[in-house]
Design a protein around this ligand. Structure first.
Ligand code: ZN
Length: 128
């Protein structure tokens, strides 16, 4: 039985951070949707959480590994950047480049400074 499951899962994506989050969030949403008193809104919320659940399992069973891997990296990276920005919020400020939208980190408490984007070279002045 265990061997058959392993053979079935060979070459498939399996459970990654994004799939786990989708599946657990959809299960929570299915229970939470019971609290919605409006019958139509309840059904819509329930249907959406079922679709998210199905998509989570589609990712687990998928054989398109490079694409699923890129999705997972983008998902994990998004939260890692948020965490890093939050950890550094007292010592640094973050600005978006007006030209290429890259996020630039500068030390806090330096007054008005000219910031040079290290992606496109654009300069702009901000208070830190
Ligand atoms: Zn730039």
């Amino acid at each position: 039985m265990k061997y058959r499951l392993m053979a079935f899962m060979a070459g498939r994506n399996g459970f990654d951070a994004l799939s786990n989050t989708l599946i657990w969030a959809s299960i929570l949403a299915m229970f939470a949707s019971r609290l919605i008193p409006n019958q139509v809104a309840h059904m819509i919320a329930y249907e959406i959480s079922v679709l998210v659940f199905v998509y989570g399992y589609f990712r687990v069973m998928s054989r398109n590994l490079p694409k699923r891997h890129r999705e997972n990296i983008a998902f994990v990276g998004f939260f890692q950047r948020r965490k890093l920005n939050f950890q550094q919020r007292k010592t640094h400020r973050f600005f978006g480049c007006p030209q290429c939208k890259a996020t630039l980190r500068v030390p806090k408490g330096k007054g008005r400074i000219t910031i040079t984007c290290n992606c496109c070279g654009r300069q702009f002045t901000k208070r830190t």
